[in-house]
Ligand binder design. Sequence first.
Ligand SMILES: Cc1cc2nc3c(=O)[nH]c(=O)nc-3n(C[C@H](O)[C@H](O)[C@H](O)COP(=O)(O)OP(=O)(O)OC[C@H]3O[C@@H](n4cnc5c(N)ncnc54)[C@H](O)[C@@H]3O)c2cc1C
Length: 396
Amino acid sequence: MAIVGGGIVGLAVARELVRRNPRSSLCVLEREAEMGTHQTGHNSGVIHAGVYYQPGSLKARLCVEGARELYEYCAERDIAHERCGKVIIATDSSELPRLDDLERRGRANGVPGLRRIDAADIEQIEPHARGIAGLHSPGTGIVDFPAVARAYAQDVLEAGGAVARGCEVTDVEVRARSLRLIHARGTTEAGQAIFCAGAWADRLAVTAGADPDPRIVPFRGAYLKLATERRHLVRSLIYPVPDPALPFLGVHLTKHIDGEVLIGPTALIAGARDAYRLGRMQRRDVLDTLAWPGTWRMLARWWRTGVSELRYAAVRSAFVHAAARYVPELQASDVEPSFAGVRAQALGRDGRLIDDFVFSATPRALHVRNAPSPAATASLAIARHVADEAGRAFGL
Ligand SMILES: Cc1cc2nc3c(=O)[nH]c(=O)nc-3n(C[C@H](O)[C@H](O)[C@H](O)COP(=O)(O)OP(=O)(O)OC[C@H]3O[C@@H](n4cnc5c(N)ncnc54)[C@H](O)[C@@H]3O)c2cc1C
């Protein structure tokens, strides 16, 4: 069995499979020199509680289950984490219907401890924040996701699996009794494979014989951070009431497990699937984005949102101004640039930004085609889901 991709999802899947099938031979093939280099190592570090997601969706179920399991795992393995809670704040009455809807979703999803709060409660929980109403999710937390991924890799090794770095899989040949994976260090013959390649998921799936729909379009998300002497402005996590159609947008103020307070991320279409540096372009990535009909349909629908995201990315004071709606004392001089992440966003041919997790199958292979936030939170639950699918598909 080969697992392609050593991010938090691939490693969680490998861990689950090797534990369920201790006599099997399993290897993780990762293209980079280290595990968890891409989305797993460049994100907000939040253990989401499951408030946002459509009741009945995979995200809703796997996030709530995954968060519970992740807290237990971190406690067992002594991984840095904190159940610090989050407030979602409405700043004017036009947002109240969406806040009501969010509360309904959170309750339907079984989010632990979710509570409606008023202006006084907001100030009590976050003394520097302001709003007219909100939701408090005490079960939301923060964690060191790269440390979680390293612990999963350790579990794989201890259970008898192997982990190979610097192994970019470039081709997949489907044979009668196996899959032949051609990679940077040679070839691996596998009975079955599970592809968990994040921003490159669509390419590998197509190589293995899958439909090109959905395509991954990369979105670069840059963060600012609060200057050390201003970190006290944010105790835990302060989030806006999201637009249900674009739940990942909006200015988030997030305490990080290392003590930093992040503001962001922005969301701008990127010229490369690893565009951590502003302006990085990869010819193939640009062509794949431009040649996809869904890109143009999405842009036609969301161009206004795109323009405002562009403004946030280009004009720091505009971004800080948006954050100051929630924390009025914030000023442009309080922030410094921080890191950027690249979101692997699955985009349908029809221009739909695909929200839920997507899994699919080709002969002898399963593919994780869309694992955006909260997939890091949900990694242990996703792993169980994929291992169940693998059990059915491969007769394990
Ligand atoms: C800006 C941002 C903020 C986020 N915030 C949060 C958050 O607060 N909480 C949360 O739960 N989630 C968050 N997420 C989402 C979360 O980071 C991802 O859902 C999760 O990391 C996905 O894990 P993965 O293993 O699928 O992807 P990745 O971590 O990207 O791993 C994919 C791996 O596959 C490897 N790979 C790719 N192609 C090949 C190949 N051909 N051969 C071999 N290996 C290959 C890559 O090198 C990589 O290591 C955020 C994401 C972003 C971008």
